[in-house]
Ligand binder design. Sequence first.
Ligand SMILES: *[C@@H]1O[C@H](CO)[C@@H](O)[C@H](O)[C@H]1NC(C)=O
Ligand SMILES: *[C@@H]1O[C@H](CO)[C@@H](O)[C@H](O)[C@H]1NC(C)=O
Ligand SMILES: *[C@@H]1O[C@H](CO)[C@@H](O)[C@H](O)[C@H]1NC(C)=O
Ligand SMILES: *[C@@H]1O[C@H](CO)[C@@H](O)[C@H](O)[C@H]1NC(C)=O
Ligand SMILES: *[C@@H]1O[C@H](CO)[C@@H](O)[C@H](O)[C@H]1NC(C)=O
Ligand SMILES: *[C@@H]1O[C@H](CO)[C@@H](O)[C@H](O)[C@H]1NC(C)=O
Ligand SMILES: *[C@@H]1O[C@H](CO)[C@@H](O)[C@H](O)[C@H]1NC(C)=O
Length: 676
Amino acid sequence: MRFTLGQIPGRPNNAIKTSVIVIASQILFVLFIDMADCATFDNLPTLYQYYTAGGIKTGLSDNQTYFTLNNKNITLFSGALHYFRVPKVYWRDRLRKYRAAGLNAVETYVPWNLHEYENGVFDFGNGGSDFEDFLDVVQFIELAKEEDLFVILRPGPYICAEWEFGGLPSWLLRYENIKVRTTNKQYIEFVERYFKKLFELLTPLQFRKGGAIIAVQIENEYGNTKYGNKPVETAYLEKLKELLMQNGVVELLYTSDTPTNGFSGTLPGVLATANFQEGATHELTLLKEFQPNKPLMVMEYWTGWFDHWTEKHHTRTAEEFGKVLEEILSFGASVNMYMFHGGTNWGFMNGANIDDDSFDNRGYQPDITSYDYDAPLTESGDYTDKYYKTKDIIAKHNKIKVRQPDMPASTERFAYSSIHIISELSLEDLVEQSKVLSTDKVLPMEMLPINNDSGQSYGYIVYRKNNLNISKNSTLKIEGRICDSVLVLINGQLKSRILKSKEDFEGFGYWKLQNGSLNLGNEEYKNATLELVVENWGRVNFGKLYQFNQHKGLWQGNLLLNDHVLTIDQIIPLEFKKKWNNGLKNWKVPIFESGPKLYKAILNVDEPKDTYVDMREWNKGFIIINGFVLGRYLRLGPQQTAYLPAPLLKKGENELLVFEHFSPSKQIKFSENLIF
Ligand SMILES: *[C@@H]1O[C@H](CO)[C@@H](O)[C@H](O)[C@H]1NC(C)=O
Ligand SMILES: *[C@@H]1O[C@H](CO)[C@@H](O)[C@H](O)[C@H]1NC(C)=O
Ligand SMILES: *[C@@H]1O[C@H](CO)[C@@H](O)[C@H](O)[C@H]1NC(C)=O
Ligand SMILES: *[C@@H]1O[C@H](CO)[C@@H](O)[C@H](O)[C@H]1NC(C)=O
Ligand SMILES: *[C@@H]1O[C@H](CO)[C@@H](O)[C@H](O)[C@H]1NC(C)=O
Ligand SMILES: *[C@@H]1O[C@H](CO)[C@@H](O)[C@H](O)[C@H]1NC(C)=O
Ligand SMILES: *[C@@H]1O[C@H](CO)[C@@H](O)[C@H](O)[C@H]1NC(C)=O
């Protein structure tokens, strides 16, 4: 069952209310109609009324083989929704879609790297970072309650999640001996400070205090021994448990891992839950054997899957998805569907995997910007067959009759007409407007003395040598690996190759090649400027513990010119922060030559609508909308379009910038749909 835009599924006879909602939906979802009173079960209690009738005496209990909440039976039908991956304006819409599918809970991670974006500087909404509009976690949890959903909280501090560095702040890497995800004193001190701030806000939102949070996770897949987290430091999990309790967490604590990987990531007396996609009966049987007297919960039932750049887009049929969901619920387990709605890895926030045994970066695989995940709701919030499957299956298994809203109408999308590039800034123009640090040392971005001594977290870093004589047929060598890609320029002209195929990642310019060298050609240069523009393509979120100490830029060895060590003169951080992007000046008439440049176009909008930016005519880079870095693109795919939601647009002129590494197009196109 699919329906077209503007059409409301649900009661067809509710014509007046329906038309009101249709109009409202066309004015963007900024306006919300209280749908509770047009719900199908008007006379039923809400979920909250049902579970809190007679007063709140206790929370979610795992004291028997089934869950109770406030001493009433409950099966959790939960879905993951990461507030930081969805525009705030759409939180209510997505949450209502969850509830309308019959879900009674929403699960979210909490990204430390966004909330403490500089060492000791916090943002929980309106905190001044580029992501402030995505960070009001308190509001998100309150909205979840308003939409009649319980909340399962996964505060990390490590969250994996295909998110940059698994949600850890990059400034941790400034401390030479820090060991993240361990009892390392320095690391724990930072966790302590962050948890104090976070839980000051969140503990009042716990169920027993009248809020929505019913359970809190300790760390994340800490027992993933299959991927080399050995030795698992149980003391670290104990420490986190202690910290949560010290900070006033009173709701149910649990850990989350895949049973077939063993139970080394569990704690005595703390509920263990399961993560998997297939083999539900096998996984749940192992979990039951491990803790026979506790309820069963699948904390991550993977509805689809994510993609790395250059992979084929992963999909999973609704039938396969439904079969396993049915198997889980028939087994008597509760479930959290990961993801029920994936959203977007905005800006530079994609994570990466490491897929081999090397201690360095060779097996690095960055994730795409879309986190569509082939989930029941698409990246832009559309219903899919998996959504309807979920709704049917939950209706069949749910024994608790409470009020449920009708399905909200879909949000309209629009393919704007193509827009032309009107101006450009060369790398030199960008550097002129940046902070230029004088140094002869090749440092990784995290170690730069900027951002209140938090270093550079994201974006690009330029290493520059001035007044250099380069003889004909010279060879530039970079010892070690590049983290993660480099463009080589002499006097502003691109000397490294234009990316054509994924095999190019094995050659000079990319992380896979160790000690890569580049022939600089047959020209001779006097007093030249040599620039190495290095891209941070997203830090690893999933790999072995020792792989978590990952710096970005150049730092693994020397630079050599014809086998002689080459010192540098300057480092220029290109962070592409919103304020800086919006203040860029000296735009030139575009000449569209190869090499890294920033291009500008203006999108005129009457009424902002969701759209996708179609980047199929471009090669590699990222997009900026009204100063905010929207996401990356790559012609090699799989993702070809970038979700641009209406809340990031405004009436009138919108500035769209494209930073292209290699070969620009003269226009930017739009599409109504996500194209893989
Ligand atoms: C579970 O049992 C313990 C020990 O009897 C008790 O202290 C606790 O309150 C119970 N938890 C809930 C949520 O009922
Ligand atoms: C709660 O669930 C258990 C296990 O399924 C069942 O034995 C019990 O009767 C249920 N209690 C109520 C009040 O439905
Ligand atoms: C700089 O960092 C310190 C903590 O390290 C913090 O207290 C202070 O507010 C920060 N200053 C600014 C301007 O952000
Ligand atoms: C570069 O070449 C010029 C002209 O030949 C020469 O004067 C200068 O000393 C050279 N610079 C270096 C660093 O070798
Ligand atoms: C260029 O240098 C390489 C070695 O670095 C050498 O093999 C080759 O013959 C040189 N070519 C020319 C035209 O000098
Ligand atoms: C790269 O260079 C380093 C140091 O010069 C050396 O130890 C290493 O074996 C080299 N690696 C490769 C693959 O050549
Ligand atoms: C070298 O180039 C710089 C500009 O990059 C210029 O200021 C300087 O005068 C030049 N020096 C020589 C010797 O040509």
